[in-house]
Design a protein around this ligand. Structure first.
Ligand SMILES: [Zn+2]
Length: 155
């Protein structure tokens, strides 16, 4: 019934709604707070629109203004999920996530624990120093794990 009121509200406001349709319209608006409010708002907007309307302007389909107004009300505040569904924002989010994954990979590589397995005592380990103990194999393992991380992210 709400939908029927939306479709007829402009005819009603312009005095073109007659007969049983008008009776049904008035009966529903009298009992339905939602449609009563809608009709009240529509009357204000309709008067404004008519005040500014050019004589030869095309008429929008019935219920157009009512549906637009309801949409505007319903979507007054974009929700978080609507943002995610937005194509541009979603793509930016993917880029940002990819950048974050790469940064994390670099961070893991940079902070990878230094292996002292070859040194038999702590003193020898300290003498060996941190720079030399990162051998090629460790670096290769780190690269592989980063590539795996990126490949998994892409799926
Ligand atoms: Zn209603």
């Amino acid at each position: 019934m709400h939908r029927s009121v939306e479709d007829h509200i402009e005819e009603f406001l312009e005095g073109r709604l007659e007969g049983p349709e008008r009776e049904a319209f008035e009966a529903h608006v009298a009992t339905c707070r939602q449609c009563y409010d809608l009709a009240s708002q529509m009357r204000v907007h309709s008067e404004l629109l008519h005040a500014f309307r050019a004589p030869a302007e095309l008429e929008p389909p019935p219920g157009f203004y009512a549906r637009v107004m309801r949409r505007v009300e319903a979507e007054g505040r974009p929700s978080f999920w609507n943002l995610l569904l937005d194509p541009v924002f979603g793509r930016n989010l993917v880029y940002a996530s990819a950048a974050l994954v790469i940064l994390m990979g670099v961070f893991l590589l940079a902070t990878e624990p230094v292996s002292h397995e070859l040194a038999s005592t702590p003193v020898q380990a300290m003498a060996a120093g941190p720079a030399e103990s990162v051998d090629g194999e460790n670096l290769q393992t780190g690269r592989d794990s980063l590539l795996v991380t990126l490949a998994t992210f892409g799926e």
